[in-house]
Design a protein around this ligand. Sequence first.
Ligand code: ADP
Ligand code: ASP
Ligand code: MG
Length: 396
Amino acid sequence: MSILVQKYGGSSLADLQKVRQVAQKIVATREEGHDLVVVVSAMGDTTDDLLTMAKEISANPSRRELDMLLSVGERISMALMSIAIQSHGHEAVSLTGSQCGIITTHNHSNARIMDVRPFRVQDELEQGRIVIVAGYQGASYRRDVTTLGRGGSDTTAVALAGALGAEACEIYSDVDGVYSADPRVVLTARQLESLSYEEMQEMARCGARVLNEEAVEFARRAKIALYARSTHDRESRGTVVRVDYPQDARVRDESRSPAVAVSHIDEGLWVVAGEEADAVMELLESYRVAAQRWRPGEAAALFLNVDDVHGVDALVEEIRGVAPEVQVERAGMVSAVGSGIGRRPRWARMGRGLVEGSGAEVREMFLFPDRLSWVMGCGEVRAAAGAVHDGLVLGQ
Ligand code: ADP
Ligand code: ASP
Ligand code: MG
């Protein structure tokens, strides 16, 4: 039988009623004849609530203990989901990341998966059980519990799909696919039918959290088709991310709309580091913060996506510790993603005009072959994202 890996995000599991609904959906898929591995996230805002509890006790809790604490969120979901499925008369078993053989680096709160040895999962599937897996976690080679960074349940799902040779990996959430911008922020955003891995990775790197960047990287390496779908809307086909997307499905006229999508980061860190940029970059390695570096030498500046960082204030302190001269402030970033967009000066000029026309002041522009990004004040991001989307994606 073919193996299907599905992942359900926190908003799809926000209360017991939703857990029951997802359990019914899983049972229906099982009855269609699939071997099923289901990765679950923590219910609703559980991860944030657990973090808040830790911070009420200590301003700077240790990253090892945070991992112990946060991994519990997904364990609650997996056990409840297994119980819900069993109540329908199906056999299910819940397993932690460690029981699934997910071996990670020792970098607490942002560990990377080094290897997946899914023997236990395979045994349970052979026994005819539906396997429910706690996402977002693994065990380091020193046998400590680790977590994979925010949104890391996506990575668990894709890594398991690769190791099991699954037919596909489906990521279910509260949105019915990948849109040309965050549909909660840019109301004119359109659902995308298909995307390449590279386009999705670039979008995720620049703030589109609908699919986790590392998860897309795993899918790209294992050549697994990744589907983003809605948990509750059965009619919508969702979005597929894969290597051989049909070119003719693209209706985009590249002479008018050079971007596939726009991503935004509401609150990152803008670090003007000058000659201390190397020291800052070195420090960031342990945090695994996505850093965009700009301008060499004395004026070197970095934009950091800190959405994954549990303690931004502590990070700022550490940056100041290794680089006393740096200027650090909160800032936002809007990015337009499209193959070759950075190679034509016309698009960079037009994009800048759109950002400024929305009322934002551009602090810096990043030019990459397949992406343009503008750094600006946090409060200016949303209007700028809408303007860049309508101009460079819709070609209006
Ligand atoms: P889950 O909890 O299921 O993992 P997330 O909250 O991580 O879900 O991701 C879904 C959210 O991603 C949506 O609610 C949406 O606001 C946001 N999002 C950001 N960019 C995009 C985009 N380009 N397309 C779709 N959703 C996006
Ligand atoms: N629960 C974790 C988070 O909130 C992981 C995930 O949802 O993928 O980031
Ligand atoms: Mg997510």
